[in-house]
Design a protein around this ligand. Structure first.
Ligand code: CAA
Length: 241
Protein backbone atom coordinates (compact mmCIF):
# COMPACT_ATOMS: atom_id res chain seq x y z
CA UNK A 1 0.00 0.00 0.00
CA UNK A 2 1.33 3.43 -0.86
CA UNK A 3 1.94 5.87 1.96
CA UNK A 4 -0.34 8.88 2.32
CA UNK A 5 1.06 12.42 2.41
CA UNK A 6 -0.88 15.53 3.41
CA UNK A 7 0.53 18.92 2.40
CA UNK A 8 -0.89 22.07 3.99
CA UNK A 9 -0.99 25.04 1.63
CA UNK A 10 -0.35 22.39 -1.00
CA UNK A 11 -1.92 23.91 -4.11
CA UNK A 12 0.28 26.99 -4.67
CA UNK A 13 3.91 28.06 -4.45
CA UNK A 14 6.35 25.79 -2.62
CA UNK A 15 3.44 23.63 -1.42
CA UNK A 16 2.30 22.84 -4.96
CA UNK A 17 5.82 21.73 -5.90
CA UNK A 18 5.92 19.56 -2.77
CA UNK A 19 2.55 17.93 -3.58
CA UNK A 20 3.66 17.21 -7.15
CA UNK A 21 7.11 15.98 -6.03
CA UNK A 22 5.61 13.57 -3.48
CA UNK A 23 3.11 12.24 -6.04
CA UNK A 24 5.94 11.66 -8.54
CA UNK A 25 7.81 9.76 -5.80
CA UNK A 26 4.86 7.36 -5.48
CA UNK A 27 2.88 8.68 -2.51
CA UNK A 28 -0.86 9.19 -2.38
CA UNK A 29 -1.10 12.95 -1.87
CA UNK A 30 -3.82 15.19 -0.43
CA UNK A 31 -3.36 18.95 -0.68
CA UNK A 32 -4.96 21.33 1.80
CA UNK A 33 -5.68 24.95 0.91
CA UNK A 34 -7.40 27.83 2.68
CA UNK A 35 -8.77 30.37 0.24
CA UNK A 36 -8.22 30.30 -3.48
CA UNK A 37 -10.88 27.90 -4.85
CA UNK A 38 -10.16 28.67 -8.48
CA UNK A 39 -6.45 27.90 -8.20
CA UNK A 40 -7.16 24.78 -6.14
CA UNK A 41 -9.62 23.47 -8.74
CA UNK A 42 -7.11 24.10 -11.52
CA UNK A 43 -4.38 22.38 -9.49
CA UNK A 44 -6.57 19.31 -8.95
CA UNK A 45 -7.43 19.13 -12.65
CA UNK A 46 -3.81 19.52 -13.74
CA UNK A 47 -2.24 17.11 -11.25
CA UNK A 48 -4.97 14.65 -10.24
CA UNK A 49 -4.15 15.47 -6.59
CA UNK A 50 -7.22 15.71 -4.33
CA UNK A 51 -7.68 19.09 -2.65
CA UNK A 52 -9.34 19.81 0.70
CA UNK A 53 -10.28 23.28 1.97
CA UNK A 54 -9.81 24.43 5.54
CA UNK A 55 -7.94 27.04 7.56
CA UNK A 56 -4.94 25.66 9.49
CA UNK A 57 -5.27 28.43 12.09
CA UNK A 58 -8.40 26.69 13.46
CA UNK A 59 -7.87 23.50 15.48
CA UNK A 60 -11.47 22.38 14.98
CA UNK A 61 -11.18 22.90 11.21
CA UNK A 62 -7.98 20.81 11.17
CA UNK A 63 -9.57 17.93 13.09
CA UNK A 64 -12.56 17.95 10.75
CA UNK A 65 -10.49 18.42 7.58
CA UNK A 66 -8.00 15.68 8.44
CA UNK A 67 -10.87 13.28 9.22
CA UNK A 68 -12.19 13.95 5.68
CA UNK A 69 -8.76 13.38 4.16
CA UNK A 70 -8.31 10.11 6.06
CA UNK A 71 -11.79 8.90 5.06
CA UNK A 72 -10.95 9.62 1.42
CA UNK A 73 -7.35 8.39 1.09
CA UNK A 74 -6.40 6.63 4.35
CA UNK A 75 -4.36 7.50 7.46
CA UNK A 76 -1.78 10.25 7.07
CA UNK A 77 1.78 8.85 7.18
CA UNK A 78 3.56 12.02 6.09
CA UNK A 79 2.49 15.50 7.12
CA UNK A 80 4.07 18.51 5.46
CA UNK A 81 3.36 21.72 7.38
CA UNK A 82 3.84 24.19 4.57
CA UNK A 83 0.93 26.66 4.87
CA UNK A 84 2.19 30.12 5.69
CA UNK A 85 1.38 33.78 5.27
CA UNK A 86 3.17 37.12 5.52
CA UNK A 87 1.88 40.37 6.99
CA UNK A 88 5.11 42.35 6.70
CA UNK A 89 5.43 45.71 8.44
CA UNK A 90 8.12 47.57 10.34
CA UNK A 91 7.51 46.85 14.02
CA UNK A 92 6.48 50.40 14.88
CA UNK A 93 3.69 50.08 12.30
CA UNK A 94 2.74 46.43 12.98
CA UNK A 95 -0.81 45.92 14.30
CA UNK A 96 -1.90 43.25 16.80
CA UNK A 97 -3.92 41.76 13.94
CA UNK A 98 -0.82 41.41 11.73
CA UNK A 99 1.00 39.75 14.63
CA UNK A 100 -1.86 37.39 15.53
CA UNK A 101 -2.67 36.29 11.97
CA UNK A 102 0.92 35.25 11.29
CA UNK A 103 1.41 33.48 14.64
CA UNK A 104 -1.95 31.67 14.29
CA UNK A 105 -1.19 30.34 10.82
CA UNK A 106 2.59 29.91 10.77
CA UNK A 107 3.14 28.64 14.33
CA UNK A 108 -0.14 27.53 15.92
CA UNK A 109 -1.01 25.95 12.56
CA UNK A 110 1.74 23.37 13.25
CA UNK A 111 0.08 22.33 16.50
CA UNK A 112 -3.34 22.29 14.85
CA UNK A 113 -2.25 20.09 11.94
CA UNK A 114 0.18 17.80 13.76
CA UNK A 115 -1.89 16.98 16.86
CA UNK A 116 -4.72 15.21 14.96
CA UNK A 117 -2.29 12.92 13.05
CA UNK A 118 0.18 12.26 15.89
CA UNK A 119 -1.82 9.58 17.74
CA UNK A 120 -2.30 7.51 14.58
CA UNK A 121 1.39 7.76 13.70
CA UNK A 122 2.30 6.59 17.24
CA UNK A 123 -0.14 3.66 17.01
CA UNK A 124 1.15 2.57 13.60
CA UNK A 125 4.82 3.05 14.49
CA UNK A 126 5.67 5.24 11.51
CA UNK A 127 5.46 8.89 10.67
CA UNK A 128 7.12 11.86 9.07
CA UNK A 129 6.45 15.45 10.12
CA UNK A 130 8.19 17.94 7.83
CA UNK A 131 7.67 21.64 8.53
CA UNK A 132 8.63 24.48 6.24
CA UNK A 133 10.28 27.12 8.40
CA UNK A 134 12.36 29.92 6.83
CA UNK A 135 15.75 31.57 6.65
CA UNK A 136 14.02 34.47 8.38
CA UNK A 137 13.28 32.27 11.40
CA UNK A 138 17.02 31.55 11.62
CA UNK A 139 18.48 35.01 11.08
CA UNK A 140 15.53 37.39 11.71
CA UNK A 141 14.35 39.89 9.10
CA UNK A 142 13.44 43.53 9.39
CA UNK A 143 9.76 44.03 8.62
CA UNK A 144 9.01 40.49 9.84
CA UNK A 145 9.01 40.42 13.65
CA UNK A 146 5.80 38.33 13.45
CA UNK A 147 6.99 35.96 10.71
CA UNK A 148 10.51 35.53 12.12
CA UNK A 149 9.08 34.75 15.58
CA UNK A 150 6.69 32.15 14.16
CA UNK A 151 9.30 30.51 11.93
CA UNK A 152 11.84 30.34 14.78
CA UNK A 153 9.06 28.76 16.84
CA UNK A 154 8.62 26.11 14.14
CA UNK A 155 12.22 25.05 14.67
CA UNK A 156 11.74 24.74 18.45
CA UNK A 157 8.55 22.73 17.86
CA UNK A 158 10.51 20.41 15.55
CA UNK A 159 13.33 19.81 18.03
CA UNK A 160 10.98 19.07 20.93
CA UNK A 161 8.65 16.79 18.98
CA UNK A 162 11.55 14.88 17.41
CA UNK A 163 12.52 13.70 20.89
CA UNK A 164 8.97 12.49 21.56
CA UNK A 165 8.57 10.76 18.20
CA UNK A 166 11.91 8.96 18.01
CA UNK A 167 10.90 5.84 19.97
CA UNK A 168 7.83 5.45 17.76
CA UNK A 169 9.72 5.71 14.46
CA UNK A 170 8.31 9.16 13.74
CA UNK A 171 10.86 11.64 12.43
CA UNK A 172 10.25 15.37 12.79
CA UNK A 173 12.31 17.79 10.71
CA UNK A 174 12.25 21.34 9.42
CA UNK A 175 13.40 22.91 6.16
CA UNK A 176 14.48 26.53 6.06
CA UNK A 177 14.10 27.88 2.53
CA UNK A 178 15.72 31.14 1.59
CA UNK A 179 14.08 33.44 -0.94
CA UNK A 180 12.21 31.20 -3.41
CA UNK A 181 10.53 32.40 -6.62
CA UNK A 182 6.90 32.30 -5.44
CA UNK A 183 4.07 34.83 -5.28
CA UNK A 184 4.92 35.47 -1.61
CA UNK A 185 8.45 36.56 -2.44
CA UNK A 186 7.39 38.40 -5.59
CA UNK A 187 5.22 40.59 -3.33
CA UNK A 188 8.39 42.10 -1.81
CA UNK A 189 8.82 45.65 -3.18
CA UNK A 190 11.01 45.52 -6.31
CA UNK A 191 13.52 48.04 -4.94
CA UNK A 192 13.99 46.02 -1.72
CA UNK A 193 14.35 42.81 -3.73
CA UNK A 194 16.92 44.21 -6.17
CA UNK A 195 18.95 46.35 -3.77
CA UNK A 196 18.69 44.51 -0.45
CA UNK A 197 17.90 40.85 -0.99
CA UNK A 198 19.33 39.57 -4.29
CA UNK A 199 22.83 41.00 -3.60
CA UNK A 200 22.89 38.96 -0.37
CA UNK A 201 22.36 35.62 -2.13
CA UNK A 202 25.80 34.23 -3.13
CA UNK A 203 24.42 31.95 -5.87
CA UNK A 204 22.96 35.09 -7.45
CA UNK A 205 19.38 33.94 -7.96
CA UNK A 206 16.16 33.06 -6.18
CA UNK A 207 15.54 29.41 -5.40
CA UNK A 208 13.00 27.32 -7.28
CA UNK A 209 10.06 25.65 -5.46
CA UNK A 210 11.22 22.26 -6.77
CA UNK A 211 14.53 22.70 -4.93
CA UNK A 212 12.58 22.68 -1.66
CA UNK A 213 10.27 19.88 -2.80
CA UNK A 214 13.29 17.61 -3.37
CA UNK A 215 14.36 18.16 0.26
CA UNK A 216 10.88 17.13 1.41
CA UNK A 217 10.87 14.00 -0.75
CA UNK A 218 14.19 12.98 0.78
CA UNK A 219 13.07 13.58 4.37
CA UNK A 220 9.86 11.61 3.70
CA UNK A 221 11.78 8.58 2.43
CA UNK A 222 12.99 5.51 4.35
CA UNK A 223 16.53 6.63 3.48
CA UNK A 224 16.09 9.55 5.90
CA UNK A 225 15.04 7.40 8.86
CA UNK A 226 18.07 8.37 10.98
CA UNK A 227 17.50 12.10 10.49
CA UNK A 228 15.26 13.71 13.08
CA UNK A 229 15.13 17.04 14.88
CA UNK A 230 17.22 18.54 12.12
CA UNK A 231 16.91 21.66 9.99
CA UNK A 232 17.84 21.55 6.31
CA UNK A 233 18.97 24.98 5.16
CA UNK A 234 18.36 25.67 1.45
CA UNK A 235 19.06 29.33 0.78
CA UNK A 236 21.73 29.70 -1.92
CA UNK A 237 24.40 30.48 0.68
CA UNK A 238 22.62 33.55 2.11
CA UNK A 239 22.96 32.44 5.74
CA UNK A 240 24.69 29.57 7.51
CA UNK A 241 23.56 28.17 10.86
N1 CAA B 1 16.27 43.41 3.68
C1 CAA B 1 16.99 44.53 3.86
N2 CAA B 1 16.45 45.75 3.98
C2 CAA B 1 15.12 45.85 3.93
C3 CAA B 1 14.30 44.72 3.75
C4 CAA B 1 14.93 43.46 3.60
N3 CAA B 1 14.22 42.30 3.41
N4 CAA B 1 13.02 45.12 3.75
C5 CAA B 1 13.02 46.45 3.90
N5 CAA B 1 14.30 46.91 4.00
C6 CAA B 1 14.72 48.29 4.14
C7 CAA B 1 14.31 49.15 2.96
O1 CAA B 1 15.24 49.04 1.89
C8 CAA B 1 14.31 50.54 3.59
O2 CAA B 1 15.64 51.02 3.70
P1 CAA B 1 16.00 52.50 3.16
O3 CAA B 1 15.08 53.43 3.91
O4 CAA B 1 17.44 52.64 3.49
O5 CAA B 1 15.71 52.45 1.69
C9 CAA B 1 13.82 50.27 5.00
O6 CAA B 1 14.02 48.87 5.24
C10 CAA B 1 12.35 50.57 5.19
O7 CAA B 1 11.65 49.91 4.14
P2 CAA B 1 10.46 50.64 3.35
O8 CAA B 1 10.86 52.01 2.90
O9 CAA B 1 9.99 49.67 2.28
O10 CAA B 1 9.39 50.80 4.53
P3 CAA B 1 7.87 50.51 4.52
O11 CAA B 1 7.40 50.78 5.90
O12 CAA B 1 7.20 51.16 3.35
O13 CAA B 1 7.76 48.92 4.22
C11 CAA B 1 8.23 46.62 4.58
C12 CAA B 1 8.39 48.03 5.10
C13 CAA B 1 6.73 46.23 4.57
C14 CAA B 1 8.95 45.70 5.55
C15 CAA B 1 8.75 46.48 3.12
O14 CAA B 1 10.03 47.08 3.03
C16 CAA B 1 8.91 45.06 2.74
O15 CAA B 1 7.92 44.40 2.37
N6 CAA B 1 10.14 44.50 2.80
C17 CAA B 1 10.41 43.13 2.53
C18 CAA B 1 10.51 42.34 3.81
C19 CAA B 1 10.91 40.93 3.49
O16 CAA B 1 12.05 40.64 3.21
N7 CAA B 1 9.93 39.99 3.54
C20 CAA B 1 10.18 38.65 3.16
C21 CAA B 1 8.97 38.18 2.36
S1 CAA B 1 9.27 36.60 1.59
C22 CAA B 1 9.15 35.52 2.83
O17 CAA B 1 8.86 35.80 3.95
C23 CAA B 1 9.48 34.10 2.47
C24 CAA B 1 10.64 33.61 3.23
O18 CAA B 1 10.46 32.78 4.12
C25 CAA B 1 11.99 34.07 2.87
Amino acid sequence: MTRVALVSGGTRGIGAAISVGLKAAGYTVAANYAGNDERARAFQEETGIAVFKWDVSSYEACVEGIAKVEAAVGPVDILVNNAGITRDAMFHKMTPQQWNEVISTNLTGLFNMTHPVWGGMRDRGFGRIISISSINGQKGQMGQANYSAAKAGDIGFTKALAQEGAAKNITVNAICPGYIATEMVMAVPEKVMNERILPQIPVGRLGQPEEIARCVVFLASDDAGFITGSTITANGGQYFM
